[in-house]
Design a protein around this ligand. Structure first.
Ligand code: PBG
Ligand code: ZN
Length: 275
């Protein structure tokens, strides 16, 4: 994906510093470890990749808010977002225990916001309990509450090496044709203790974003995903679109639809221009 790389721990701490200097307020970390297993157990290891990165970022860029994506697809050898049964189905409830474990380990390592993206039922409540029981009642949860089973995640899965080895994510991510379920997912997550919600993808789901924002008692963000970013770059490379202007307009439309904050691969490009 143009301008998007896997980075080593030291390089990433450097780019967090650059982001901080550009005036960005936060960074979200995704771990892509070399070693994968069926459970994704390296995700809760004390000296895991993201755990070490959190330390390095806190040192290099102490002002930037450290958010972590919480999921298993980058850590499992099968590429699914949780524990898989012998029949090849994702097993919701055993995954909850592991999510809590991963969350506690990341909070121990200095994560300041936990952002679960796996769309397991009950994930927010399980993570909240895990954090509270382990001395992290002050660490908030940003839930990817409304996440559609989208083809726009393609470039991310390529970069993060997290495409499912079999099947797809349609049993846990949402049906793009369904809008009512978005409100149910959002309400459930708030009831379980989510401090912020996210809608994902952004541009093809601006109607959903507005609906969720109007109904939500907590801040709502939107994730402009890899495919949204990649298509703007691809069109610009072909000379078909003006990159700066289309990026700005796309972010403006997300904001207009109700996003209190935006997660985007264009954050640094945009910050540079605003500066
Ligand atoms: C992991 C996760 C994904 C994205 C963010 N967290 C991939 C997926 O659900 O397959 C996608 C991000 C993007 O496309 O930029 N669950
Ligand atoms: Zn996942």
């Amino acid at each position: 994906m143009p301008g998007v790389y896997q980075e080593s721990v030291d390089r990433l701490a450097q780019s967090a510093k650059e982001s901080q200097d550009l005036g960005l307020t936060s960074v979200i970390l995704f771990g892509v470890p070399d070693e994968k297993d069926a459970l994704g157990s390296s995700s809760w290891s004390k000296d895991g990749l993201v755990q070490r990165t959190l330390e390095a970022v806190a040192k290099e860029a102490p002002e930037i808010l450290r958010v972590v994506d919480l999921c298993f697809c980058e850590y499992t050898d099968h590429g699914h977002c949780g524990v898989v049964t012998p029949e090849g189905e994702v097993d919701n409830d055993p995954t909850l225990d592991n999510l809590a474990r991963q969350a506690v380990s990341l909070a121990d390592a200095g994560a300041q916001v936990i952002a679960p993206s796996g769309m397991m039922d009950g994930m927010v409540g399980a993570i909240r309990d895990g954090l509270d029981d382990n001395g992290h009642s002050g660490v908030p949860i940003l839930s990817y509450a409304v996440k559609y089973a989208s083809a726009f995640y393609g470039p991310f899965r390529d970069v993060a090496d997290s495409a499912p080895a079999f099947g797809d994510r349609r049993t846990y991510q949402m049906d793009p044709g369904n809008s009512i379920e978005a409100l149910r997912e959002a309400a459930l997550d708030v009831a379980e203790g989510a401090d912020m919600l996210m809608v994902k993808p952004a541009m093809p789901y601006l109607d959903i974003l507005r609906m969720v924002k109007d109904a939500s008692p907590v801040p709502v963000g939107a994730y402009q995903v890899s495919g949204e970013y990649a298509m703007l770059h691809a069109a610009a490379r072909n000379g078909w679109l003006d990159l700066d202007r289309t990026i700005e307009e796309s972010l403006l439309s997300i904001r207009r639809a109700g996003a209190d904050f935006i997660l985007t691969y264009a954050a640094r490009e945009m910050a540079r221009r605003l500066a």
